[in-house]
Design a binder for this molecule. Structure first.
Ligand code: TRP
Length: 335
């Protein structure tokens, strides 16, 4: 039986936070250890260009995200770990797929529609500040996925539509040029927590409510202390299910520890004490990885070397596959 291929990417336009860790990176690394899967994890730096035009930010974020995966124990011998822009076949495939993508399909993409809506709400022209990069974003993502014929794509809910679009485009390509592509499926894990941020909304860079993953202890403590709480005093029972403190606790705790914290909430644990315990728990899980992260961030050449090796491994596949695809569409040597 062929192994299931699992593929996912992270856009390099920010600093990894606890929400990325709990919702994406931790489960991805865990699942990559199984024997019946082949994992492809990559740094989506071409996607970053769609959102960010700050070269320093993109460069720094690429390093931070790579160091994060490595510090958390990703086994790069088992997994194929690479930077999107090191694989030129992905951009070449993007063009083949662009020519197989109905414009009407892209008109329906949520991210694009939201941008148009925001323009209309602001009384602007519908196309104001919308680039072709944003419009074509799902095609680039389809190329990421189809390049390696991945079966399963672990993503957040907001990305399901993009995976379905990749599937549509793959189907159309297969219909025209032969069965080259596996049809990918989005994998949304309901057990994985969507973490709340400091203000209780979903933890997200765009809300500015994140707790960065590898803050030093002092800064981590400070961020945890900033998590929004209500005005209940120590001794007054508190509702765990509406508390971001409890929700983050749950994402790091064992079942037993979660039950115990539930009880402490019922018994009126003070917010200060709850946050102190939360800090201890989170810090305990992250402190070793943090030390590795800090060391890696001091030695970018080491990270670069690992990415280069990942690119060689990835390109062994992508260059052979792209040769087949070029031939399939009629781009062939004349003699
Ligand atoms: N668009 C994804 C995000 O913003 C990142 C991404 C790019 C991706 N290419 C991908 C995810 C391919 C899965 C598969 O979250």
């Amino acid at each position: 039986m062929t192994k299931q291929r699992v593929l996912t990417g992270i856009t390099t336009s920010g600093t990894p936070h606890l929400g990325n860790y709990v919702g994406a990176i931790r489960p991805a690394i865990e699942s990559s250890r199984a024997n019946d899967v082949e994992s492809f994890f990559f740094l989506a730096d071409y996607h970053a260009l769609i959102k960010a035009q700050d070269p320093e930010l993109i460069h720094r974020s690429t390093m931070e995200i790579a160091a994060t995966w490595l510090a958390l124990g990703l086994d790069t011998d088992k997994v194929t770990f690479y930077r999107q822009s090191d694989i030129p076949e992905i951009t070449e495939l993007t063009w083949f797929l662009t020519c197989m993508t109905a414009k009407g399909l892209m008109n329906r993409a949520h991210a694009y529609k939201a941008a148009v809506q925001a323009n209309e709400d602001a009384g602007e022209d519908a196309d104001f500040a919308i680039t072709m990069g944003l419009f074509s974003y799902p095609v680039l993502m389809a190329a990421d996925i189809l390049m390696f014929n991945a079966h399963q794509i672990p993503v957040g809910r907001d990305q399901i539509q993009h995976v379905e679009m990749a599937r549509d485009v793959a189907q159309r390509f297969n219909h025209h040029f032969g069965e080259h592509f596996v049809l990918p499926k989005a994998l949304v894990d309901d057990k994985v927590a969507v973490l709340q941020g400091l203000d209780g909304r979903k933890m997200s860079k765009s809300y500015g409510n994140t707790i960065p993953l590898f803050l030093n202890e002092k800064a981590l403590k400070k961020h945890i202390n900033k998590i929004n709480t209500n005005l209940l005093e120590p001794g007054e029972p508190k509702d765990p299910d509406t508390s971001a403190v409890f929700q983050i606790w749950q994402a790091f705790a064992t079942e037993q520890q979660t039950l115990e914290m539930r009880e402490q909430f019922a018994n009126g644990i003070g917010w200060g004490e709850a946050k102190r315990q939360l800090f201890e728990l989170v810090n305990g899980e992250l402190s070793e990885a943090r030390a590795r992260y800090e060391a890696l961030m001091q030695t970018p050449s080491e990270i670069e070397q690992i990415l280069q090796e990942g690119a060689v491994k990835a390109r062994r596949e992508s260059s052979a596959f792209l040769a087949t695809l070029r031939h399939a569409v009629g781009i062939r040597p004349l003699a």
